[in-house]
Each structure stands twice: as C-alpha cells, then as structure tokens.
Design a protein around this ligand. Structure first.
Ligand SMILES: Cc1cc2nc3c(=O)[nH]c(=O)nc-3n(C[C@H](O)[C@H](O)[C@H](O)COP(=O)(O)OP(=O)(O)OC[C@H]3O[C@@H](n4cnc5c(N)ncnc54)[C@H](O)[C@@H]3O)c2cc1C
Length: 373
C-alpha cells in the first residue's frame, strides 16, 4: 500500500482533533485526520454540552484565561461553521449558574469564586453569589432546597453532536482528508518526519498532532511526548421534551434547543468501565428534582455513560515534543468549551510550528516536578 503524504496528520476525530484539523485546514495545510472508529472511547459523543467558564481554573488562572478566551472565540466559530455547513451548533451564552443546595455549599462556593477572582488579578473575573429569592426570579420553578447560586456572565451551552458534525463537514468540504477506521497502531518518529501505520494505510507528514483522547496515553511515548490521561466516568439522563423553561444552563441541568432537559453528570473513578449504575443515576435525578421539583414529572427518555479524558490535575495538556519537534499533543476534559480555542488559537500555533508561551503551564513537564518537600 502506498504511503499518503500530507503537511500534517491529526490523530483522533473527536472534538479536540476535529477542531484542530478544521483550524489547520483553515491555515491552508494539507491535513489528514485519522480516527479509530465506533469501538473507541469517545467522550465527544457522550458529553453534557456546556460551554462553561465559571468553575475553570481554581488555583490555575492561566486555565481560567484560556477558557475565557475560548468562550470568546465560540461565537465566531459557530458563525463560521454555520456559514460553511448550514449546521446550527445551538450556541447560547446567556450566563450560567451553579446551584447550591445547602448553606455549606453556598459558603464553599462563595469562597472558591472569591479566591478565583483574586487569582485572576488584572484580568478580572465577573461573578455574583445570588440568594434564593433573587434566583427564583431568574429560574422558574426553583425548588425550596436551593439556597442560592454562583452566577457568571461567561457561561453557555451548545449541541456537542452538532458541533462535531459541523467541524467534520467544514473540514472535509474545505479539502481536508478524513480517514475513519484508521486506528494508529504504530509509527516512527524523527524531527519533523513522522510516519504512522493504520489498517487504512501508512501516512507520513513533517507534523503530527496527537488528539486521540484516552488513546493519547499509549501513543505519546512513540513521539517523545507524555500524556498521562485516565478515564473518569460521567452519567447523564435526558428527559422528554418540555416547553422552554430554563433561560440559562446550570452546571448539572440544562435545557437543549429541542426542549429536552439534560441532567448530569457524575464523576466516577471506575477505570474503563462504561456501564451505567442505577444508584448513581438515582443521585443525579434526585439532585435535579431537588433543584427543580417539576423535573420529577418528566419521563427520562435516554441515559448513558461516557469517559472523560482526565489529566492528573484535571487541566489540559498541550505540548510539542523536544525530542521530535513537529509532534504535538492536545488533551482536555472540556472539549466543547475549548473548541473555540482549539480551532482558532491552538491550530494557528501548530501551523506556525511553535506553541505560544501562554501554553507553557499546560506542558506535561508539570508532572515531572518533584513534590515540594
Ligand atoms: C459525561 C461527560 C460530560 C462532559 N461534559 C462536558 C461539557 O459539558 N462541556 C465540555 O466542554 N466538555 C465536556 N466533557 C468533556 C468532553 O466531552 C471531552 O473533553 C472531549 O470530548 C474530548 O475530546 P477528544 O477528542 O479529546 O476525545 P474523544 O472524544 O474521546 O475522541 C478521541 C478520538 O480519538 C480516536 N482514537 C483513539 N485512539 C486512536 C488511535 N490510536 N488512532 C486513531 N484514532 C484514535 C477515537 O476514535 C476518538 O474518536 C464531558 C465528558 C463526559 C464524558
């Protein structure tokens, strides 16, 4: 079989790889996007769809800034994708709330947001802690158990499946080559000279981007990179459609453009186990019904679990290999939120061949630092 050459290979056709591939194609690079296929773990097809800022970057203001930057890029990305593909990604950014179901939760949340505002420094962080009475004016049918919430103007949500489809369509219609059922099973690396083997053939390029989600953990060492990601399970329930009730998303409850209410999402350390667990589903439903008692009247029509792609500290990993320049890695557990940054900020850096210093704190080198004595 002949080797297919290109300017750059992107490994992984989920939200991270597709956003980067779309951006690289936009930079004029001949781009090949390789994807394993339906049997792979695919967070991009099982997530909650928040474009979420307010809780990102506690103790890591550089992550807060990157997330805010991405939320700011989202309207441009959504408009560009709609113009190119006709697909509406259902982006709404009306602000969002994190509901607190006890005084303790409210106090803890308030402390956390205040700390993040201090950490943000001159960059600023707009938020408010809102008490129940005012919140009840904003969110109809609020349950008596809700004592208040944190609110920020930056938050929103979108349809993650529409986003994934739009990124793929925009990429291929612009001349990008998408190759499904092409799991990278091996490869060779030299500076600016990479070759990978798949069942769909051999591919070669002077640049490669590893964006294979949980698959990156195995692939990275071949290319002189380190991406110690682990799975973290999340379970989601979806109700039947309701009339439009919720004017803004909450951290674990949001109404989709179609009217269904999504209830999420657990955080479980169970390895690669993708089964659903009724006790966890019950907890998710119970918290939703405490927040909005009318939700208990709606039928659950779908439920699933999916695996997040988590670094040890929960932050993204972006790196270029020192040993094999031209090899990049990109991993995160907020691939919907960060799609704007990946397509419009990260891809141009990769096209230039240099990651901006703003991404230095996201290098996996942070895991090499010995713990302070
Ligand atoms: C329950 C849950 C809720 C979430 N909620 C949100 C949310 O509200 N907002 C938000 O921003 N994010 C959310 N996320 C996170 C978001 O879904 C992920 O950050 C994002 O999908 C990660 O995308 P990815 O492309 O890195 O990984 P994946 O979607 O896992 O895709 C990886 C791709 O790589 C391919 N692959 C793997 N190995 C290979 C290989 N060797 N060769 C070729 N291809 C390979 C696979 O086929 C797959 O398509 C949530 C995740 C979960 C699980």
């Amino acid at each position: 079989m002949q080797t297919r050459g290109s300017d750059v290979i992107v490994v992984g056709g989920g939200l991270v790889g597709a956003a980067i591939a779309h951006g690289l194609r936009g930079e004029g690079l001949d781009t090949v996007l390789l994807d394993e296929g339906d049997i792979a773990f695919r967070a991009s097809r099982g997530n909650f769809g928040l474009v979420w800022v307010q809780s990102k970057g506690f103790g890591a203001p550089w992550y807060q800034r990157w997330t805010r930057g991405s939320a700011g890029e989202w309207p441009g990305l959504a408009a560009d994708l709609a113009a190119r593909t006709g697909i509406d990604t259902a982006l709404q950014q009306p602000g969002g709330v994190h509901l607190c179901l006890s005084e303790q939760e409210f106090e803890d949340r308030g402390r956390r947001m205040a700390q993040m505002q201090v950490e943000a420094g001159n960059f600023g962080l707009e938020y408010r802690m809102i008490r129940r009475d005012e919140l009840a004016e904003m969110l109809p049918g609020l349950g008596p158990s809700v004592v208040g919430a944190s609110w920020s103007p930056y938050d929103g949500h979108a349809s993650p499946l529409a986003l994934l489809q739009a990124l793929h369509r925009a990429f291929t219609e612009a001349g990008g080559a998408y190759v499904p059922n092409a799991k990278v099973t091996g490869g060779t690396a030299a500076p600016n000279d990479f070759r990978v083997e798949t069942a769909a053939g051999t591919f070669a390029a002077p640049r490669i981007v590893l964006a294979a989600g949980l698959g990156n953990a195995d692939l990275a060492p071949v290319f002189g990179l380190n991406t110690p990601v682990r799975p973290q399970r999340g379970q989601i329930l979806v109700t039947e459609r309701a009339r439009t009730v919720l004017p803004m998303p909450c951290t674990t409850i949001r109404q989709t453009g179609e009217g269904t209410i999504m209830l999420g999402d657990s955080m479980e350390e169970v390895g690669f186990d993708t089964r659903q667990s009724p006790p966890v589903m019950a907890q998710v439903a119970q918290r939703a019904a405490l927040s909005f008692p009318w939700i208990a009247e709606l039928n659950i029509v779908r439920a699933w679990s999916a695996l997040r792609v988590m670094a040890p500290d929960g932050l993204p990993i972006y790196d270029q290999s020192e040993r094999f320049p031209g090899a990049f890695t990109a991993n995160c557990h907020s691939g919907v939120t960060l799609a704007g940054a990946h397509a419009r900020l990260l891809a141009p850096m990769i096209a230039r061949g240099v990651l901006d210093p703003v991404l230095d704190p996201f290098s996996a080198k942070r895991f090499d630092v010995p713990r302070a004595a």
